[in-house]
Design a protein around this ligand. Sequence first.
Ligand code: ZN
Length: 110
Amino acid sequence: MSTIALDDVLMKELAMGQAKKRGNQSDRIAQAQARERANLPPSVKCNTCKAELTEIHPMDTRGMAGIEVAGAALCDACGIETWVLKGSPEAVERTFAALEGVYTTNGGPD
Ligand SMILES: [Zn+2]
């Protein structure tokens, strides 16, 4: 039994050492984004023109309670961003509303 515990400790140390070696923050962000991209669907339909968008950029979900994965895809044809959100239905609804608010504020006539 003690060998199992030892293996566990060794594995933990190994994992920590690797994480340290991989070092800088932009690398970690890139890795996290790649992981999040893998959780997003391969493509999403544009909300406006229904074009198939395959370039979905993962978004930071730390400020989005209940959201597991979030992404945004910009449509070249109409310049509109379509969002992909994965999480509980209430959280998705709330976050969509919040994003829409930000979008309207930023893109409004003022
Ligand atoms: Zn479009």
